[in-house]
Design a protein around this ligand. Sequence first.
Ligand code: ATP
Length: 399
Amino acid sequence: MTKVKINGNGSLLVPDCVTIPFITGDGVGVEITPAMRRVVDEAVRKCYGGKWRIDWLEVLAGQKAYDMSGVYLPEATMAAFREYHIGIKGPLTTPVGGGIRSLNVALRQDLDLYVCQRPVRWFRGIASPVLRPDWVNMVIFRENTEDIYAGIEWEAGSAEAHKFFNFLQQEMGVDKIRFPETSSFGVKPVSKEGSERLIVAACRYALEHGLPSVTLVHKGNIMKFTEGGFKRWGYEVAQKEFAQEISSGRLVINDCIADAFLQNALLRPKDYSVVATLNLNGDYISDMLAAQVGGIGIAPGANINYHTGNAIFEATHGTAPDIAGKNKANPCSIILSAVMMLEYLGWNEAAGCVVNAIETIFDRKMATVDLARFMENGMALGTKEFADELVRIIDGVSV
Ligand code: ATP
């Protein structure tokens, strides 16, 4: 058996040799994805001595898929993710041209990967714009399928915008639109089910990892029914599902208005542990927090559906065309995403082994140029040489 099996309760049955579909990705993906595979293979070999291993299966998406098959996201790729449940991907070009969806959004929506999970932590040695980056240690749970990302909007001046305005004015009695003729309109769907499943996942994660709190971040003071609904449904579902954990103090649920959260996360980040938030807030928050600990080159991410077990781990940055092909890209984002994947599989020893190697390499002041240039006496390594060094470190570790 090489396929992960998903039990009825969403738990995983992982075979000794597990097939993992992967998308190399465009731009720097060609450099960072092979680097990630080498490091992961070495950690798995070191920890399990050949008893457990990953069988990598390349699936196509992005420019490479287009060049070979004329489509950016072939059905065979989606089928592989559905069949094997767990995959990993490099960054993908968003195709230019009307009507083509972002491939990242398409993957998330088609597989209903409703949690976008982004852990943010600092590694010693990494330069930061804040005084105490070591105080930043959070896991963001960003809702991944709703909010204004649903893509329901109409451009100013279009027949649809006009029709929508007429409906608002005539049927709904809306008289607050200041410049109706030149207004574009967008719709922000936020549902009880969508909010609840995200918040339940965040609470479970906090409990499973012994983390102290879940903070609901929202702008419910202004958007009372959408963002305010998220907060209200969040408190209600947490109380319903985790009453005992809350009353015993094992789990603390609180909330924070999004603008205050952005300030607090800079001033006293220690106050926050697991953060559950809506799609757009989550986008802003994860980039701001990533900037505090070293930037997008080092920020991992995962898109998960805890009911089907489907999960795609990914580099969170783009294709970085300005440095593509130059052996300069930092592979840490996708390597740390692979760490999340190993943890998701329950292969915690291999995950820990990779994290140790990254801590060691930064302690030795070695990094790719994006990080090394800000380190005192930092030594800049190419993408490949950085991965070589990680492999050497892992090989030298006694397990
Ligand atoms: P895309 O159009 O695919 O979003 P982009 O260049 O607009 O690409 P990013 O790829 O996210 O957006 O890059 C933003 C900046 O961060 C660029 O200067 C890029 O070189 C840098 N960058 C992104 N990823 C990495 C990485 N892995 N290592 C080093 N620098 C990176």
